[in-house]
Design a protein around this ligand. Structure first.
Ligand SMILES: [Zn+2]
Length: 553
């Protein structure tokens, strides 16, 4: 595409129109930068799929000119696709100390760490990547070391916020560097490209210290063992839970691999240094119940995580009893409501108390609510606003808020838009097709591939197999054999299989013999007839297989 040659271009590949899977490209002169490469998680629309990966086929075409993948922070929706997709791009990765420390551990666990160049970037230092100069700005969020990225070019600068909030008392890590943001605003900003997660939430997001107080109060009121689940990478929250446990004379036991990984990365980068020693899972059972807090993974109801195993009594070391308390110190990611409810119901059946952020202030968000967004626009005063990181509703609310802040040009982007920022104006100049991918059996698969379409079709509609035995003349040698899965059962099944066998038999009897010599034509005929007969009988469209077997004679 020739128009790319010298223009300042922004291309969201993921995260625009959805929460999750953030992946963005910036282009200037002949150079490209990728900011973030995240995943999102599957829901009931993607059966048999664990994670969803962004479509980086366009980025692969540009990989010779991609100078770096720059990570804003170490949340899965911003860096989770690196283990699966980095190989396709093969460019150096840059991020803050905690981001790189956690990524390194993830890559080591996935046994793919050897050749990936990981580089730590400091805040407030200029780094040159081809036509771009990049500077990280300190923010607060729900993970250590998040960064906003200032992309400087000879045409002006762009502020890519990543995830952020204003928090005067973040408990771990630094406050958002408002003085630096003011300086950037005074220098002039072409475009602010930023977080829309809480654009529908009025007011301000409470500080982490509010969650710390809430947790301390809830634990004080709890008579027996308290288990708290939160995102493993939320080190400030872990610090708050540890502090709340200490205040209440309780020891802390940490359960779940992701938590141990995050805590190791935190300690390596200077966080949680003063935390007391944890008790082991085995020793936890020896402590009096009123002296124990368990921190565990699984806040989203993940069936393989510690909390789900504890809820159904399958955890090898940790058991909860009636009158213990489980605190969900986390938000529900949309799509996970049912999985979370399943775990909560298991606990409630055992008379174990459940506390969520609806019952007490045991969680605060890491994203800016509307008054914080307004403050940021007043500080930065960009010429252009591009809301990203949100569903259509979030982006729309963010865009309207930017308009109320007198931002002259605003665009709600869609994944795959090629957006020109030339001359301080904004224009979608072209589009690239973006799909969604997943990984399976060691390869990356399009969610719209025939294989996954078939899987969904069979899950929702069942499957029918028809085998016909034909001689060389196209005559049936015996009645067609029919089997089915998930279409019907009991007496209905034997009626249905007999009817389908008869239907196929009759169709083949009445079909021109020339056509019957063509296996593909016979298959198409059988599949069409079986589908329509099944649809009119059960109102479903099963996956139909037709096997044609020819014998001599
Ligand atoms: Zn985040």
């Amino acid at each position: 595409m020739n128009f790319l040659d010298s223009e300042l271009i922004f291309i969201p590949l993921g995260g625009s129109g959805e929460i999750g899977m953030n992946a963005n490209l910036y282009h200037y002169q002949s150079d490209w930068l990728m900011i973030d490469l995240g995943i999102s998680f599957s829901d009931e629309t993607t059966p048999g799929v664990d994670i969803i990966l962004p479509d980086i086929r366009f980025a692969e075409e540009q990989k010779a000119n991609i100078k770096a993948i720059i990570l804003t922070h170490a949340h899965e929706d911003h860096f989770g696709a690196i283990p699966y997709l980095w190989e396709k791009l093969n460019v150096p990765i840059y991020g803050t100390a905690f981001t790189i420390a956690l990524l390194k551990r993830k890559l080591e666990e996935a046994k793919i760490s050897e050749n990936i160049p990981l580089n730590v970037i400091d805040y407030n230092v200029d780094y040159k990547f081809g036509a771009f100069t990049v500077e990280f700005v300190t923010l607060s969020h729900s993970i250590p070391d998040p960064a906003a990225i200032v992309l400087k070019t000879d045409k002006g600068q762009i502020l890519h916020t990543g995830d952020w909030k204003f928090d005067e008392t973040p408990m771990v890590g630094n406050k958002t560097d408002i003085e630096k943001l003011k300086l950037i605003g005074d220098e002039g900003v072409i475009a602010l490209i930023g977080d829309s997660t809480n654009a529908l939430v009025n007011g301000r997001t409470p500080s982490e210290c509010v969650a710390r107080e809430g947790l301390t109060k809830v634990i004080a009121k709890s008579r027996f063992t308290v288990a708290v689940t939160c995102f493993a990478s939320n080190i400030a929250r872990l610090s708050s839970i540890i502090s709340a446990a200490n205040e209440n004379n309780r020891h802390v036991c940490v359960v779940g691999r992701a938590l141990h990984r995050s805590i190791a990365a935190a300690r390596e980068t200077g966080y949680l240094e003063n935390a007391p020693d944890f008790v082991s899972e085995v020793d936890a059972g020896l402590l009096p119940r009123q002296n124990l807090v368990i921190i565990c993974t699984g806040s989203q109801g993940e069936p393989r995580a510690a909390l789900a195993k504890i809820s159904n009594g399958m955890h090898e070391n940790i058991k909860l009893q009636a009158e213990d308390t489980v605190i969900f110190s986390s938000r529900q990611i949309p799509g996970n409501e049912n999985a979370i409810a399943r775990v909560q119901n298991q606990f409630l059946r055992q008379k174990i108390n459940i506390i969520t952020d609806e019952d007490a202030m045991v969680h605060v968000s890491g994203h800016p609510a509307r008054d914080e967004l307004i403050d940021l626009y007043n500080i930065i005063r960009p010429k252009i606003a591009i809301p990203v990181h949100g569903t259509a509703r979030h982006l729309d609310a963010h865009a309207k808020l930017a308009a109320s802040c007198q931002v002259p040009e605003i665009l709600i982007p869609e994944n795959g838009n090629i957006i020109s920022l030339k001359n301080n104006t904004i224009k979608v100049v072209d589009n690239i097709t973006v799909s969604q991918f997943t990984q399976g059996s060691g390869s990356i698969i399009d969610l719209q591939s025939d294989m996954l379409r078939s899987r969904r079709q069979m899950l929702w509609n069942g499957s029918v197999s028809v085998s016909v035995l034909l001689d060389q003349m196209g005559s049936l040698m015996q009645a067609p054999t029919v089997t089915q899965d998930g279409v019907c059962m009991g007496e209905e099944e034997s009626d249905y299989l007999a009817d389908i066998s008869l239907l196929v038999d009759t169709q083949l009897e009445n079909t021109n013999k020339n056509l019957l010599n063509d296996d593909n034509a016979v298959q198409t005929l059988i599949i069409g007839k079986v589908k329509s007969a099944t649809k009119s009988r059960f109102r479903i469209r099963p996956k139909v297989h037709a096997h044609i077997i020819r014998i001599a004679g």
